[in-house]
Design a protein around this ligand. Sequence first.
Ligand code: PMT
Length: 414
Amino acid sequence: MTIQGKKIVLGITGGIAAYKTPELVRQLTAAGAEVSVVMSRSAHRFVTATSLQAVSGRAVRDDLWDSSAEAAMGHIELARSADCILIAPATAHSCAKLAQGEADDLLSTLCLAAPCPIAIAPAMNQQMWQHPAVQRNIEQLRSDGVLIWGPDSGDLACGDVGPGRMAEPTELVAEIEALFGPQRLKGARVLITAGPTREPLDPVRFISNQSSGKQGFALAEAALGAGAEVTLVSGPVEIATPRGATRIDVTTAREMHDSVMATVGDHDIFIGVAAVADFRPDAVRAEKIKKASGHHAMSLELVENPDIIAAVAARPDRPLAIGFAAETEHILEHAREKLARKGLDLIVVNDVSDRRIGFDSDDNEVTLVTVDVEHTVPLASKRVVSRAIIERIADLYEQTTSPRSRQGRSARKL
Ligand code: PMT
């Protein structure tokens, strides 16, 4: 087990999802971790310290002023010795405190004093989760390097349906295992495109699509977690750059093409997640297009954009080339056709007619298609799906960097 002997501090704050934490502690200890539980004052309203002490086999702490523990500066000792702090559930209030760097209780003080990775599993009502203030705090935490695991979408304790459920204990254990797992892409340089492109018509209008960038950015995070150096070429999106990634912002398909071509030579792996516009208006009008009276229709002349991923795969020094396919029918046939036509090593296909997955959703379900193997990753958060994709990419990368295949790498053909 990858987390055998790891010292995990589990911070529990006051939300209804706290009822899941004894099970989380049980699974972590069963996997070999040493779990120390720290509770906020309001966490006691949802779960008892007695239960948590029983499942962790350790005294539960909740007081910065505990004289027996603090005689030896216990909070600093706990912070220093932890391999990871996970706050689950993380309430809106605890996220705000962490984002502000407050230290008014044991858990928040520990977080400031700990040199180890900190992860949070947010859990709250969906309206609260989507509130700009909460999202601002989450973006602040993300850019401070805090790992954000969840929330999941679904039925909430308050009766609402939407994003806000704490990630399940099994998922959180898998996240911690991945955190301490082997860094299979250590030393590899990965270039990822993400988000939509915008193709302008006139100074105020453009043609685009609903890509949010969530899938591409989740893959960037997973690749960073696997030890890779990551460059993200992103269309216009509203998400924070994963810590450690180098981000290049672009707007149009041709800008994305030029940025990719300028940088891909320094990369070992290319992953095209972006929803690139296949066509653009043949000319961008200098002035806003006016509605002419008496005309009830207008036509637009479109010209083809360069196919970025096909151009990458055609290079003599090509990296491992992975594409995505957004399909609505005959998805596997279309994916296989794109794999061959674009000359890719792997294509990841998602059925974007399913509203639960694909464009602008938190979840995805994909099939990984190579010339000889098809493997489906079941419905899960884009974070979890991305880890599975990165594992498969690491398999292919290890094959291509093995001494035997290294020789023929530049001549690799499907
Ligand atoms: O961003 P999200 O909201 O999280 O949504 C994720 C997603 C649905 C955008 C993602 O999972 C996805 O399917 N991305 C591929 C979208 C797409 O454009 O698919 P395609 O089948 O049209 O293109 C196939 C491949 O060719 C893709 O790797 C694409 O990046 C690439 N391509 C397409 C056209 C073009 N001119 N150049 C390209 O490189």
